[in-house]
Design a protein. Structure first.
Length: 254
């Protein structure tokens, strides 16, 4: 598991002709790490690209949590006609990839003039059926007796969600946040379609600048990949306890 990261960092310190040398070595024969990283960080606005990725990922995650948590609570704890069919629709929606809906969404964004904006990069992912499914399974394990007691005490359903459900759902929220953040931080497909100017490029999309038709600067590409990967590794290490707890507890009836 660790070796791809070691190979990436090692390659980021090498010149292009040494990256795929037949005599592979972790330690570079010719060290050009300073040159590669200087080019990535200072010869282009890579900090702007990283900031764009952060804005997009945080924007998507915020709206996903805002919409998924109430929906999951309703499916898990409220009894209403058609809830089973609605939950089945959520499960079925998990099978629909972004590629299927990309053309109509793109046409719609063109018509309203939102191409090359943060909204265009975030819009298709505002509703996450995976988040609804994950939180619904987690909320199912929350004791109904506590919710009933809160209703008797005069709590509204919104207050129950905010004051009771959310504090207990921190592990599930942390787990989903890692999934969401990594997925959209690494996303290349959708930004490649809707981004038209350099100042709106995400960090992952900016990596393509080192690719030429017949000559790719692999040393700088791997340096760029290292810079892009580092925030995700740090975020996972910080949230790993909540992440593991959220995954192991989801779907377990308490």
């Amino acid at each position: 598991m660790v070796f791809p990261f070691v190979w990436m960092i090692s390659s980021s310190l090498k010149p292009t002709d040494e990256v795929f040398d037949a005599d592979f070595s972790i330690i570079p024969k010719t060290f050009v790490g300073f040159s590669n990283y200087y080019s990535v960080l200072f010869e282009q606005p890579y900090l702007v690209f990283l900031a764009n990725s952060m804005i997009v990922c945080l924007g998507i995650l915020s709206v996903q949590l805002l919409t998924a948590i109430p929906a999951a609570y309703a499916l898990a704890k409220l009894k209403f006609r058609g809830s089973t069919i609605l939950f089945g629709t959520v499960i079925a929606s998990l099978t629909i990839p972004i590629n299927v809906t990309s053309i109509p969404i793109y046409v719609g964004l063109v018509k309203v003039g939102l191409l090359d904006t943060y909204v265009a990069m975030m819009f298709p992912f505002f509703i996450s059926v995976f988040a609804i499914f994950l939180f619904r399974q987690f909320f199912k394990s929350y004791p109904d007796s506590i919710i009933q007691a809160a209703r008797i005490d005069g709590f509204s359903e919104i207050e129950i969600v905010l004051r009771l459900i959310l504090p207990s759902a921190i592990p599930a929220i942390a787990a989903f946040s890692v999934f969401s953040f990594v997925a959209h931080w690494n996303d290349l497909y959708w930004p490649l379609i809707v981004v038209q100017s350099q100042d709106k490029m995400t960090a992952t999309l900016a990596m393509m600048q080192y690719r030429a038709p017949f000559d790719t600067d692999y040393g700088r590409t791997f340096a760029s990949a290292t810079v892009v990967t580092a925030p995700m590794v740090i975020a996972f290490l910080i949230a790993r306890r909540h992440f593991i707890r959220g995954i192991t507890m989801t779907g377990v009836k308490g």
